[in-house]
Design a protein around this ligand. Structure first.
Ligand SMILES: Nc1ncnc2c1ncn2[C@@H]1O[C@H](COP(=O)(O)OP(=O)(O)O)[C@@H](O)[C@H]1O
Ligand SMILES: Nc1ccn([C@H]2C[C@H](O)[C@@H](COP(=O)(O)OP(=O)(O)O)O2)c(=O)n1
Ligand SMILES: [Mg+2]
Length: 258
């Protein structure tokens, strides 16, 4: 299924995950520019990737294992949608009804902020500006979270946010999602929900919300288009009550063979 692009989105912009242009489009930058700006932190020599641990080996594609199938990779669903589209709300319900582990990229990043490290300060600064955290940081957090769960079904909520996220995930974990769920919601509804979220988040203010919506259009839609072209995207209309939306979610998840 190919995801229809909204009329107002220019074709060339959607196809260009790394928009070119001057400083006025600074809010659209993905992690490449940030890596330059925070070089001291990110350019520390990285140790070569270790061989996959036995847990991570479960995530390698087509790995059958030698223990009667127990080491097979889990079923992975990426859950995407604009800010405020209801990803977190629906993921909580899916996790509880279908036995998925719920890994929220945003929550993992916010936990890192709470730890008060230098990396946490960098993440906070980026999130306040509505931008995307460098992929090395986010993928590493997700990889660790995946390693520490034994769940056979995993929801990865709010990731990948841009092509660099996607490519880094595939490179580091050696796997791809089995399914991509896209919660499709009009912007005015997302803004209304975010302004009413009331969770004390530093990015739930109108200035940051506007930037996040632009980042979503420019950097996240190309990821959805990529997975659409590979037949992995299931689009769900994210308007209506939580219960109505979960009705559509249930239809999808009940039809899956894990
Ligand atoms: N269908 C819905 N109708 C109205 N409000 C909703 C709906 N789904 C979620 N919300 C509320 O909207 C806000 C954003 O939802 P959330 O699940 O955090 O979205 P996301 O994770 O995509 O940003 C929350 O306050 C949530 O309670
Ligand atoms: N893959 C990700 C996920 C989130 N982030 C950052 C940037 C996002 O605006 C914030 C908040 O993400 P989160 O998924 O919690 O936000 P929403 O649920 O869409 O409102 O975290 C990121 O940089 N990379
Ligand atoms: Mg969320």
């Amino acid at each position: 299924m190919v995801v229809e692009k909204k009329k107002k989105r220019g074709k060339s912009e959607a196809a260009d995950p790394q928009p070119r242009g001057g400083g006025s489009r600074d809010h659209l930058l993905c992690d490449t520019m940030w890596r330059r700006r925070v070089g001291a932190l990110l350019l520390r020599p990285r140790s070569p990737l270790p061989p996959p641990s036995s847990t991570l080996r479960r995530h390698l594609p087509d790995h059958q294992g030698s223990d009667g199938g127990n080491s097979r990779k889990p079923f992975i669903a990426f859950v995407l949608g604009g800010p405020g589209s209801g990803k977190g709300t629906q993921c909580a319900r899916i996790a509880s009804d279908y036995g998925f582990a719920h890994l929220s990229a945003g929550d993992l990043l916010r936990n890192e902020i709470s730890s008060g490290t230098e990396k946490g300060e960098l993440i906070l600064d980026i999130i306040k500006q509505g931008k995307i955290v460098p992929s090395e940081i986010t993928v590493e957090l997700i990889r660790k979270a995946m390693e520490s769960t034994d769940a056979k079904r995993v929801l990865i909520d709010g990731f990948p946010r841009c092509e660099e996220n996607r490519i880094a995930f595939e490179r580091i974990t050696g796997t791809e999602p089995d399914l991509v769920v896209f919660f499709d919601c009009p912007e005015d509804e997302m803004v209304k929900r975010l302004l009413g979220r009331n969770q004390g988040r530093v990015d739930d203010n109108i200035e940051t919300i506007k930037k996040r919506l632009k980042v979503f259009e420019s950097l996240n839609i190309p990821v959805i288009d990529y997975y659409s072209s590979r037949g992995k995207v299931h689009k769900i209309n994210a308007t209506g009550t939580e219960q109505e939306i979960f009705g559509a979610v249930r239809k999808l998840f009940s039809s899956l063979r894990f």
